[in-house]
Design a protein around this ligand. Structure first.
Ligand SMILES: Nc1ncnc2c1ncn2[C@@H]1O[C@H](COP(=O)(O)OP(=O)(O)O)[C@@H](O)[C@H]1O
Ligand SMILES: [Mg+2]
Length: 666
């Protein structure tokens, strides 16, 4: 028994905002259920039908994103309702048309004819029907009545249409096949025709392994016929980070023992308990005299001294003295208090007595225990001193030393491979660069950011295991060879370049072939084409475990590279290194500039922030033009403002959240 997935998409601003109840979407579902099943039954096929229903506003991006996602997931039929009229907000045909690889005018005419028989106003509807990959897409009008009429008109032909679209491809594809009318012959080779019109010899060998080869934005070398719309659904930043963090769980980086002096910035992989108490003896807090508090003020005989680390005082001496007299012992800070004494009088509250070197005058009385640190007052014996997961800072190193620990168990750090891709790149050390070429700045920048993160926010990448693979040309074979090498040696691969829509952007399809592409577009500016994949390779060790490598394919523009690194790679690095807080610190800042907002995508605007003592808040100053190629917009930037997607401006003086990416001052 086969099953068909059908997507029903209501396009309506008011329904999306919850201001109106959608009737057309549910009507489509109920018509599919009652009619379509019956129709399928007639054709003798045993098919289950599942429907997915979504409501989106009248926005091209929203519509395309869902439709592309559904096509990618192999939906057989997508029916939209709404947004096909003449008002300025009606954009459904504009969203669907660029996605379509084969227009199905017949279906459009059938719908128009039916409606025109009812009302001449039907001529104001702009239906679109067509095929993308293996999916039939039809835009129905918005009103329930029109939906009923139009859907009833086309449903009889839909099962056959789906059957034809999904019929088995023939072994060879000729231009004759391509031009054939698919509706006339159930053996037509629709699925074997490349969706973007590229001829076979332009395709890349790897694409043949993929069942949805039509959907890949692979280069066909022919700029005219390249894809115009990315087939990768656009997901939001938070969802993208969730996907990344989930994949981090598949990596078992493990723990290692480190000498405490090499563990700074690492995360403890074990609870640390004290064995002994600290201080291990009653210790003086002051320089002065250890006394018996009951003796009060007066003239004391000095029986010796107890200096930090050494003592000349002999307890036998006190036993031999006249019990009516007052006795004391000279004491220094940190020295052990002899058992017979119970308080310390600080030197400032005493006076020497002329010509009586073995006597001192105590000027103030003290209570029992005064200026004495009792045994275990800092660290009791058998107590939990540092919790598993704690970051080892300088003080923690001191505590570990106090406890006598020479080595501790810490989380291992992920190994990282950095790869720059692009035919136009030369090594940054190149003096004379040929025309049309530029120096690779991304690899040195990324390596430096990792160093800075390690120093400022805690170790999150193995300093010894940062592999710089250099520049790889935009050639599938070269990229594949280097990716394989990097996957074998690293937990994380960071590439830059080659992920957008250009004809040399080969990274996405290659990663689809080599592993699993988890997402290929994120709703953000800069950095939209950011791609995240996993590559799993059989381990060469006897442990018989597969090795997973996380691959972050960052867009090539230097600013996009850096911004996406902070947003997506940092949480992964920190999670793998044992941090429980994966994110960099976030603060609220007051804007010193009026900033234009992006109506399409949330933006991560580079700013310098500093504390203002008069206003008692952080003030942010924009680094200027935010073009994603302008690395200067990152100069002196120590924070990324989180600007919402919106029309208009973020006003000067308003408060906005910002992610701290660097030190607060230079
Ligand atoms: N390593 C790099 N160093 C400096 N600039 C780079 C680097 N990689 C790419 N670029 C530049 O970034 C821009 C986008 O490159 P491209 O490969 O198309 O990236 P993507 O397809 O990922 O958006 C181009 O101008 C390119 O020259
Ligand atoms: Mg490139």
């Amino acid at each position: 028994m086969s099953s068909y997935q059908i997507g029903v998409l209501t396009v309506s601003d008011t329904c999306a905002r919850g201001e109106a109840t959608d009737q057309s979407g549910p009507e489509i579902i109920s018509m599919i259920k009652s009619h379509y099943k019956a129709l399928m039954g007639k054709s003798g096929e045993n098919i289950t039908i599942n429907t997915t229903y979504k409501v989106v506003p009248d926005e091209v991006e929203h519509i395309q994103s869902l439709v592309v996602q559904w096509v990618h997931q192999g939906y057989k039929l997508i029916l939209t309702t709404g947004g096909t009229g003449f008002t300025p907000r009606d954009v459904t045909p504009e969203a669907i048309k660029p996605l379509i690889e084969k227009r199905c005018k017949g279906i459009e005419i059938a719908m128009l004819k039916t409606s025109l028989d009812v009302t001449p106003h039907a001529m104001l509807s702009r239906p679109v029907a067509g095929i993308k990959s293996n999916t039939l897409i039809v835009t129905l009008p918005g009103s329930v009545k029109a939906v009923r009429e139009n859907l009833a008109a086309i449903l009889p032909a839909v099962p056959h249409a789906i059957g034809l679209i999904n019929s088995a491809p023939k072994a060879s594809t000729t231009s004759e096949h391509r031009s054939k009318d698919y509706s006339s012959n159930s053996n037509s080779t629709v699925t074997s025709i490349s969706s973007d019109g590229c001829r076979g010899h332009h395709g890349h060998s790897h694409s043949h392994n993929h069942s949805h080869q039509e959907e890949k934005p692979h280069s066909c070398g022919d700029g005219v016929h390249r894809k115009r719309v990315s087939p990768y659904p656009m997901i939001n930043v938070d969802d993208a980070i969730d996907i990344i963090l989930k994949q981090c769980d598949l990596l078992d980086i493990g723990t290692e023992m480190k000498p405490i002096t090499e563990a700074l910035g690492r995360l403890l992989a074990e609870d640390i308990h004290s064995v002994e108490p600290f201080p291990p003896f009653r210790a003086s807090i002051k320089d002065g005299y250890a006394v018996r508090s009951k003796d009060g003020v007066g003239k004391y005989k000095i029986l010796g001294d107890s200096l930090a680390g050494s003592s000349s005082y002999d307890p036998q001496l006190l036993a031999a003295q006249d019990p009516k007299e007052k006795y004391c012992v000279v004491i220094t800070t940190g020295a052990k208090i002899p058992d017979e004494f119970d308080a310390v009088v600080m030197v400032e509250n005493t006076e020497l007595i002329a010509d009586e070197k073995d006597h001192v005058s105590i000027l103030s009385s003290v209570a029992v225990g005064e200026d004495i640190r009792p045994v275990g007052s800092d660290i009791p014996a058998q107590s939990l001193v540092l919790k598993k997961g704690a970051k080892i800072g300088c003080a923690e190193v001191g505590l570990l030393a106090t406890l006598g620990l020479v080595q501790v168990s810490v989380h291992k750090l992920p190994s990282v491979s950095i790869i720059s891709t692009g035919d136009e790149l030369v090594d940054y050390q190149t003096k004379q660069i040929p025309s049309g070429m530029i120096r690779d700045s991304n690899s040195p920048t990324l390596a430096s950011i990792i160093q800075e993160l390690n120093s400022h926010f805690g170790e999150c990448a193995s300093r010894e295991n940062i592999h710089l693979h250099g520049i790889v040309k935009d050639k599938v074979e070269d990229l594949e060879r280097v990716f394989k090498d990097a996957a074998a040696r690293s937990d994380i691969i960071i590439t830059s370049g080659g992920v957008s829509m250009g004809q040399l952007d080969l990274v996405k399809p290659l990663l689809e072939k080599m592993g699993k592409l988890q997402f290929g577009r994120v709703n953000m500016k800069p950095g939209k084409p950011l791609t995240f994949s996993t590559i799993t390779t059989a381990s060469d060790s006897t442990a018989n475990k597969n090795k997973t490598t996380l691959v972050f394919s960052l867009p090539g523009n230097p600013v996009s590279t850096v911004v996406t690194f902070y947003l997506f790679v940092v949480p992964a690095l920190r999670k793998l290194s044992g941090f429980s807080n994966y994110n960099l610190p976030m603060v609220e800042v007051k804007l010193n500039d009026r900033l234009r907002l992006d109506p399409e995508r949330p933006e991560y605007h580079r700013v310098t922030i500093e504390w203002d003592f008069n206003q008692h808040c952080f003030i942010s100053t924009s680094t200027g033009s935010q073009a994603s190629c302008r690395l200067l917009s990152l100069k002196n930037a120590n924070a990324l403002l989180l600007l919402p997607k919106s029309e208009g401006y973020q006003e000067k003086g308003s408060m906005v959240k910002a992610i701290v990416i660097g030190p607060l001052h230079n």
